[in-house]
Write a protein that binds this ligand. Structure first.
Ligand code: BES
Ligand code: MN
Ligand code: ZN
Length: 513
């Protein structure tokens, strides 16, 4: 979708829908006052009647009827100015786009919703707000309707397809070049998030380990980086006993794959950042079988690996000057006569052993090998993303991913990127005392510490395989939306892509660390 930038006065901006924002308790001033005069005071009238107050989420349509160049003026309530963050701007843009789609618009023009508050309460820059607007528009219009064939859904899809043109209207003091630079980043990032949502929502009969590997190869070819895929035999030869063990339930039909992605935007300078993503294409629990209720959701247990793929897609398109490695173990976790069982002892890539007490705690078992593999790169930083524990959803719900780390400085950088991107994280402690919970009588550790501190003991298991600065993100709570939100429709969220891209842009800006 082309994003044009214009500095045309609002009353002269031609579009099917022209969107402007209004803070709660404010009156139209500046460019908006001029627009209101052209409209014979209709905006002021809306406020006087109390029909529209500017409350967050409110929208109202005023018809231009030849008084202004646009057919419709859409006024979007932005809430109180003091509460208005960049993420609110993203939400407002999504709402504007959805209203425009619903009236069948082909051309949406929108002002930038400012001023907005960025990270640490600082005023957000123009490019940042433009990026957020484009993300809001593209993510708000995204629908997971690939499998829908009924008339109602087709009609919605057609209406969405009709909206082909977006113009960002830069106001006084808003440099068009900066707006358009932000918009370009937003378009790339949103495209990667949409890719992630589609792939996460793809069911396990289609998104098999071998198909995931093919996605990695296709992205590499498109983005000009490399993807090396290890098969089951290579994993056995390597000694990746964790991935091999989890794959034993389905190795005959869906042999495991291990994707190694390598992107170099620096010409080989410096230690890389390594991203590791959990890629369970379906988690039945294995012999420790999950209950039937809600098990269909477990197609999203590959969301971490998909976030890694989508981040590579964006990083390559942005041509970021960073060195990046992506590691994705892909397998199903299913029961069968050959499946790994409780009581089994598994030996990992780095020689450590674990007693399997619950085959449903399989994520840490495949990630152990991947994290041990990361060591060979002597990485400057490793971030893993995994839908690892149900416990993280109990702790943090759907609003923040759990962050656990062995390196406060790296964690601070991830937290900063989380604030800017609007994809929140919250830290949980890795106190040594918790480690007692995963002591095993027979092996080095066991793969479940029971119910207490479930997300922390999972992370402590991973920590056994780490000898570099590391951040673990448990994204089980945030990767699936149970209800529609402004720019996140129900279903696969694509969490982590915006966060990682922001982290890597900051990393590149700071020359790595
Ligand atoms: N993939 C699940 C975690 C999960 C649960 C993700 C709910 C999304 C929603 C993971 O493999 C798992 O089953 N974890 C177990 C660990 C337990 C057996 C120690 C859990 O959280 O119950
Ligand atoms: Mn599981
Ligand atoms: Zn799982």
């Amino acid at each position: 979708m082309p994003f044009a930038v214009t500095t045309t006065p609002l009353a002269e901006t031609a579009a099917d829908v022209l969107a402007v924002g209004l803070f709660e308790g404010s009156r139209p001033d500046g460019a908006l006052a001029a627009l209101d005069r052209a409209l014979d005071g209709q905006i002021a009238h809306l406020l006087e009647t109390g029909d529209f107050t500017g409350k967050n989420g409110q929208t109202v349509v005023v018809y231009g009827r030849g008084r202004i160049a646009a057919t419709r003026l859409l006024v979007v309530g932005l809430g109180k100015e003091a509460d208005f963050t960049v993420d609110r701007a993203r939400q407002a843009a999504a709402r504007a786009a959805q209203r425009a789609r619903d009236v069948g618009a082909a051309h949406l023009a929108t002002t930038l919703f400012r001023p907005a508050r960025g990270a640490e309460g600082r005023p957000a820059g123009l490019a940042e707000v433009a990026q957020a607007a484009v993300e809001g528009i593209l993510l708000g219009l995204h629908r997971l309707d690939r499998f829908k064939t009924n008339a109602e859904d087709r009609e919605k899809a057609e209406k969405t397809a009709r909206l082909t043109q977006v113009t960002l209207v830069a106001g006084e003091g808003e440099a068009p070049g900066e707006v358009s630079a932000g918009a370009s980043v937003g378009e790339i990032v949103a495209g990667a998030v949409r890719f992630a949502r589609e792939l996460i929502a793809t069911p396990s009969n289609e998104a098999t380990p071998s198909r995931m590997a093919q996605y990695a190869r296709d992205l590499a070819a498109e983005g000009g980086f490399t993807a090396t895929i290890l098969g089951l035999e290579e994993l056995k030869a390597l000694g990746a006993g964790g991935i091999v063990a989890v794959n034993r339930g389905s190795h005959e039909f869906e042999p495991a794959r291990f994707g190694v992605l390598e992107y170099d935007g620096t010409g080989g300078a410096g230690a890389p950042v390594v991203l590791v993503g959990k890629g369970i294409t379906f988690d039945t629990g294995g012999i420790s079988l999950k209950p039937a209720e809600g098990m269909d959701r477990m197609k999203y247990d590959k969301a971490g690996s998909v976030a890694v793929l989508a981040t590579f897609k964006a990083v390559a398109a942005l041509k970021l000057p960073v060195r990046l490695v992506g590691l994705c173990p892909w397998t199903e976790n299913t029961p069968s006569g050959s499946a790994y069982r409780p009581g089994d002892v598994v030996r990992f890539l780095n020689g450590k052993t674990a007693e399997i007490v619950n085959t449903d705690a399989e994520g840490r078992v495949i990630l152990a090998d991947a994290l041990a593999y990361a060591s060979r790169y002597k990485p400057a930083a490793v971030i893993d993303l995994a839908t690892l524990t149900g416990a993280i959803k109990v702790a943090l719900g759907t609003e923040a991913a759990g962050l656990m780390t062995n390196d406060p400085a790296l964690a601070a950088r991830v937290k900063a990127a989380a604030e800017v991107s609007g994809e929140r994280v919250w830290e949980l402690p890795l106190f040594d005392e918790y480690r007692d919970l995963i002591k095993s009588d027979i092996a080095d550790i066991k793969n479940s510490g029971g119910r207490d501190a479930g997300s922390i003991t999972a992370a402590l298991f991973l920590k056994e395989f780490v000898d570099y600065p590391w951040v673990h993100l448990d994204i089980a709570g945030v990767s699936w939306a149970d209800k529609d939100r402004p720019y996140v429709p129900k279903g696969a969220v694509g969490f982590g892509v915006r966060l990682l891209v922001q982290f890597l842009r900051d990393w590149a800006r700071d020359g790595g660390r």
